[in-house]
Design a protein around this ligand. Structure first.
Ligand code: UDP
Ligand code: MG
Length: 314
């Protein structure tokens, strides 16, 4: 029998939180009186997380453990979750309980009452996150939306409920560079937004550090917009115009006023400036070529090492 609800939980080195995570999720789901399944996706953890979820899956037919062959990143782990989830509705949850599972009943209620395809969860307060992280998140969303051709909702993370139709639409997007929030928004569909307070991690440390978040941010921008390419064209036009006007000015000064040309400092300044502009342009173009290169290899987004499910075995 197909479950009504699938919960997808990607995890990477989360042994400290898994026990309490499983308890809180099952406490909520058991009260709901519906057929459900929980998919734990181990994204190549180096601690005992894989053993822990394997034991859970062996014990309970409603739990599946999917072990990826190495660390592919949260976005890839989510992809694996979509491919294995059977439920009519799918909810994504972080293992660190920053997205409280206690909100699941409300999400389901809204999903049924409003008859929408997706229930988005918008963060109002980001407890336990530094000022710098809040500010960078704020600016990231503003810049991203200025640049991209469709609206990507602000302060909405991966925590959300989606129906089967939305999940199938997501599976049709084959890109290797997966900026999930953008992909979610690209699909469109009817959405309803609920607000919630994002809680601090129950234990452990954030697995996505600044470097990986910056990478994700650039990923977001370059996956959904070619505006940066246009920026380099505009910079080129501006600096060419500037060079032309400056050339005229020097010719005018030396020919008409007989002013001897003292060129060295200005030449150096212009060469370094133009060198910088050119490298910037090449860098931006290179980013996009890199994307084409990676996409053209058509490698799978993730590889599964092992699938543990009581249902399949017995
Ligand atoms: N995660 C993952 N693979 C990774 C990094 C993170 O599956 O390479 C999982 C992680 O275990 C957690 C969720 O993604 O369940 C969110 O990660 P984290 O809490 O580090 O990110 P943040 O809350 O800062 O967005
Ligand atoms: Mg977290």
């Amino acid at each position: 029998m197909t479950p009504e609800l699938s919960i997808i939980i990607p995890l990477y080195n989360e042994i400290e939180v898994l026990e309490i995570c499983h308890k809180r999720v099952t406490d909520v789901l058991n009260k709901l009186n519906l057929e459900y399944e929980i998919l734990y996706i181990d994204d190549g953890s180096k601690d005992e997380s894989a053993q822990f979820i394997t034991a859970l899956a062996k014990d309970d037919a409603r739990v599946k453990a999917i072990l990826l062959s190495r660390n592919f990143g949260k976005e890839a782990a989510l992809s694996a979750g979509f491919d294995f989830a059977l439920g009519d509705a799918v909810i994504i949850l972080d293992a660190d309980l920053q997205d409280p599972p206690e909100l699941i009943p409300e999400m389901l209620k809204v999903y049924k009452e409003k008859d929408v395809d997706t229930v988005l969860m918008k963060r109002t307060i980001r407890d336990g996150e530094s000022m710098a992280k809040k500010q960078s998140a704020y600016w990231f969303y503003r810049i991203l939306n200025k640049l991209s051709d469709f609206h990507i909702p602000e302060d909405v993370g991966d925590f959300r409920l989606m129906n089967r139709k939305t999940v199938q639409a997501l599976q049709k997007l084959p890109e290797r560079n997966r900026y999930t929030k953008g992909l979610f928004a690209w699909i469109g569909m009817d959405t309803y937004t609920l607000e919630y307070q994002r809680e601090p991690r129950v234990a452990g440390i954030a697995k996505q550090n600044y470097a990986s978040l910056f990478q994700l941010a650039f990923e977001g921008i370059s996956s959904f917009s070619i505006h940066p390419l246009r920026v380099s064209t505009i910079l080129g036009v501006i600096s060419a115009l500037f060079g032309f006007v400056f050339g005229l000015y020097i010719a005018f000064k030396s020919l008409l006023l007989g002013d001897p040309v003292h060129g060295y400092p200005s030449t150096m300044a212009i060469i370094t400036f133009l060198g910088g502009v050119q490298l910037l342009g090449i860098g931006i173009v290179g980013e996009y070529i890199g994307k084409i290169y990676i996409e053209s290899k058509q490698r799978p987004i993730y590889l599964v090492k092992k699938l543990i499910s009581k249902k399949d075995n017995s």
